[in-house]
Design a protein around this ligand. Structure first.
Ligand SMILES: Nc1ncnc2c1ncn2[C@@H]1O[C@H](COP(=O)(O)OP(=O)(O)O)[C@@H](O)[C@H]1O
Ligand SMILES: [Mg+2]
Length: 377
């Protein structure tokens, strides 16, 4: 998958941007606060449909303006180029178009362009709370299984609805109502668990292979699904439902006492281990960075297996965080993947990517000041 061009209008600190990308490697160099992450955010928005920052849509409009527009031309599967267009007017609904045709539902955008983003914040996958790990798994699965996003949305509503019943449970008739909500929770929750189980298994396989290569086969890496309702390894959807029901039945009195849904995929986690020890507590900085790198590259492989081609890789300021060996590994790994790298400094980058066909953009205050193109055959 290749992003051919990006046009921005009044998006974040870009008044007007119009660039054509290299099919392989694109490097954006600039000081802090110049718009490098904002540019990646515009690509992410066209791919996932939402931003990776905690902002409202109004925040995306350039200060002092009333609307923004993004237009990205993408090529998927060597077919005809597709133009993705997002237009947003302050306090109004977003309008998303593909080749000039408005989508009925903005969520239909997912799938036209796939990306994997790697930022320094991703260390949270290893070091952060279970919420961070659930978030990253949710985004990943949503990209390749459109139904998953819908299940998550539904599940969230079910947990809220069920909690409401638990809070107001004071007579037998409500108990009957509760059992209906149990069924909803188990039905939708089991599907989520099924998808997660499948995805995490694939990630474990891909990321372990990559981690082995990064560590020259010296360390073992393991990643496993810590499913709240119990061990669901190799289980069918029906078997997952059975375990989920047993878990609910066994703990229902406690849930009633606590007035809260205590079990289900909203309590899931992933365990990441190196040489059989939990990474979170025992991994060195370097090992944790290798783990995140392996997970990110693993995500790329899963998307490739799923859709038949590599997603676009966005590397936001991560190279400076890696030592030379890991940097070299990464640069070597991405040679067949269209990649957009941002960095404040290009001194070591230029050496590392000597051989690649690439385009370098210098970015300052939301403008491209100059670009260099190198193509070596
Ligand atoms: N809606 C907005 N309008 C104008 N400028 C914005 C907006 N949102 C963020 N910015 C500016 O964008 C800059 C940060 O851009 P960013 O892409 O994060 O920089 P970096 O190059 O360090 O990645 C800051 O100067 C911030 O004030
Ligand atoms: Mg940045």
């Amino acid at each position: 998958m290749i992003v051919k061009s990006i046009k921005l209008k009044n998006f974040r600190n870009f008044e007007e941007l119009n660039i054509e990308l290299n099919d392989v490697l694109n490097i954006f160099i600039g000081d802090n606060g110049q718009g490098k992450t904002n540019l990646l955010e515009s690509i992410y928005l066209c791919s996932i449909g939402k931003t990776f920052k905690l902002n409202t849509e109004n925040d995306l409009i350039k200060f002092g303006q009333n609307n923004f527009e993004i237009e990205i031309v993408v090529n998927k599967g060597n077919k005809e180029n597709k133009t993705i267009n997002i237009a947003y007017m302050k306090n109004q609904n977003r309008i998303v178009k593909i080749n000039g045709v408005k989508l009925d539902k903005n969520s239909e955008l997912i799938g036209y362009m796939n990306n994997v983003i790697f930022t320094p914040d991703d260390l949270k996958i290893v070091k952060g709370s279970p919420i961070e790990r659930r978030k990253f798994v949710n985004i990943d699965i949503s990209q390749i299984k459109p139904k998953y996003k819908y299940l998550l949305k539904n599940y969230k509503k079910i947990v809220l609805g069920r909690n409401n019943i638990l809070k107001n449970l004071n007579n037998n008739s409500n108990r009957e109502v509760l059992s209906i909500w149990d069924d909803y929770l188990i039905d939708v929750g089991s599907e989520i668990i099924f998808y997660r189980n499948e995805y995490i298994n694939k990630l474990k396989y891909e990321a372990s292979k990559i981690y082995s290569d990064i560590s020259d086969n010296k360390e073992s890496f393991d990643l496993s699904y810590k499913c709240d309702i119990g061990n669901v390894e190799n289980l069918s959807k029906d078997d997952i439902k059975k375990i989920f029901r047993e878990k609910i039945e066994k703990n229902i009195e406690n849930e009633i006492f606590r007035k809260n849904s205590l079990h289900g995929p909203h309590k899931d986690d992933i365990t990441i281990k190196i040489n059989n020890k939990d990474f979170k507590y025992f991994g060195s900085q370097g090992q944790q960075r290798s783990a995140v790198l392996a997970i990110k590259l693993g995500e790329i492989e899963i998307i490739k297996n799923e859709i038949g081609e590599y997603p676009i890789l966005l590397l936001d300021d991560v190279l400076s965080e890696l030592d030379n060996k890991r940097k070299g590994f990464l640069i070597d790994y991405i040679k067949d993947i269209q990649t957009i790298i941002t960095s404040t400094d290009d001194t070591d980058l230029k050496d590392l990517v000597k051989k690649n066909d690439k385009k370098i953009f210098h970015i300052c205050e939301g403008r491209i000041e100059r670009n260099e193109e190198t193509c070596q055959n």
